[in-house]
Design a binder for this molecule. Structure first.
Ligand SMILES: [Zn+2]
Length: 65
């Protein structure tokens, strides 16, 4: 599991603490470039976060919308 995977992040909606939702099997953790989901208990917002990619060698970084 990448070191960049935080257990919690600041909710962009209300400033609360959104917690990481573990939606993957224990033997198949997300890799850099994958999307993980956090959910804020304060406002219920779900936040999809792309894990930080150290470099673009894999070429599958998601472009800005
Ligand atoms: Zn929130």
């Amino acid at each position: 599991m990448p070191e960049s995977l935080d257990e919690t992040i600041v909710c962009v909606d209300c400033g609360g603490t959104a917690r990481l939702m573990r939606t993957w099997p224990p033997d198949d953790p997300p890799e850099e470039g994958d999307i993980v989901t956090y959910q804020c208990p304060d406002c219920g917002e779900r936040l999809d976060i792309v894990l930080d990619v150290e470099d673009d060698l894999r070429g599958d970084a998601i472009p800005d919308a």
